[in-house]
Design a protein around this ligand. Structure first.
Ligand code: ADP
Ligand code: MN
Ligand code: MN
Ligand code: MN
Length: 346
């Protein structure tokens, strides 16, 4: 600032805005602009646009897609006053883009506000090395069968813990409501949990946690797969277990509300499967701690069911339940939207 003597240095305070959005394949994209900062909320930000024909989100002849700032997070990479903002995508004519599922989700959350829906999502994922194999797996062979890896401790049982730890810290810095991490059943598969979040925040926080993970993996030179069955054979798939509660289920005697919701969920099993991620048929086989994709089921402490009521909830007679069907690559806005539609608005 020395060269600007006599001027208020605050006039030269810049902050970097990283705009993030969801593309046509449930992937993430981002672009940065320099702003006069510091910025304290999304209301201070203007719309921006990108070339939608390069992301499969628009035709080349009408290619502008608009980015509307939606959710605000401090940037753990650039730090200082720099921010990351999740944006909703809109078409030229002002309608939400085909891949903007946040728009409908927010309407649903407004309509159900009196029930105060909460969510907690468990994001499972798999790390791949630059050679295209699961990270840390022996060259020319396979690790021993599943058993020692889930919540494992020690070399040969867990891989990339330093990266997972960095991701956890980055989420905390950004204000993501991350509530835990654990190593998963398949080696090099991990899980983080986000929640409980109010319905309107759940999707934003989960997408931001995904974004931070992909960015950190980039620094480590590895990739993150959200595919629900990244390896065929006797290896666990990856899900996005979705825990859910409302004022009614959390209240004294809430078990009755939970049972009523499960009845409604059973009637709309196929509609839910429709938005619970792609290639989920490869994962929901009825094996590897899943319920079969063609058959709705529920039970207390039952990890082979579509819906599991945690044992502690059954004992307390109130609380939440877990929908185990969503695949790891599902869009959390779509999950929250249909869950509330089915249980509260239908
Ligand atoms: P699991 O035993 O299925 O592996 P986890 O501990 O991984 O369970 O995840 C449990 C999830 O349940 C967490 O994401 C947490 O935020 C969520 N959760 C806890 N209580 C509630 C609640 N009342 N409503 C919604 N979600 C909840
Ligand atoms: Mn879990
Ligand atoms: Mn898990
Ligand atoms: Mn679970």
């Amino acid at each position: 600032m020395a060269q600007h003597q006599g001027l208020d240095p605050h006039h030269f305070h810049t902050s970097l805005l990283d705009r993030v959005w969801i593309d046509a394949d449930n992937g993430l994209r981002s672009k940065t602009t320099t702003l006069e900062g510091p910025i304290k909320s999304v209301d201070e930000l203007k719309e921006w646009n990108f070339d939608g024909s390069s992301t499969g989100q628009a035709e080349g002849t009408n290619s502008d897609v608009f980015l509307r700032p939606a959710a605000f997070f401090p940037d753990p990479f650039r730090r200082g006053d720099n921010i990351i903002v999740i944006c909703e995508t809109y078409n030229n004519d002002g309608t939400p883009n085909k891949y903007n599922h946040r728009y409908s989700c927010m309407k649903t959350m407004e309509a159900s506000a009196k029930s105060d829906p909460w969510f907690g999502l468990e994001q499972e994922y798999t790390i791949f090395g630059s050679d295209g194999r699961p990270y840390g797996w022996p060259i020319g062979g396979f690790p021993g069968p599943q058993g020692p890896y889930y919540c494992g401790v020690g070399a040969g049982k867990v891989f990339a813990r330093d990266m997972i730890e960095a991701h956890y810290r980055a989420c905390l810095y950004a204000g993501v409501t991350i509530s835990g991490i654990n190593a998963e059943v398949m080696p090099s598969q991990w899980e983080f949990q986000v929640g409980p979040c109010k319905g309107k925040d759940m999707g934003d926080h989960l997408w931001m946690a995904r974004y931070l993970l992909i960015r950190i993996a980039e620094e480590w030179g590895v990739t993150v797969s959200f595919h629900p069955k990244p390896l065929s054979g006797d290896w666990n798939g990856a899900g996005l277990h979705s825990n859910y509660s409302t004022n009614e289920t959390r209240a004294e005697g809430g078990m009755k509300a939970i049972e009523e919701m499960i009845k409604k969920l059973e009637k709309r099993h196929l509609q839910h499967i429709e938005v619970y991620g792609s290639d989920n048929d490869l994962r929901l086989t009825g094996r590897h701690e899943t319920g079969h994709i063609g058959q709705f089921s529920s039970g207390v402490a039952h990890r082979g069911a579509s819906i599991r009521i945690p044992k502690a909830v059954a004992v307390a007679g109130k609380g939440y339940f877990e929908d185990r069907r969503p695949a790891s690559n599902a869009d959390p806005y779509q999950i929250c939207d249909i869950m509330v539609q089915t249980t509260l608005l239908s």
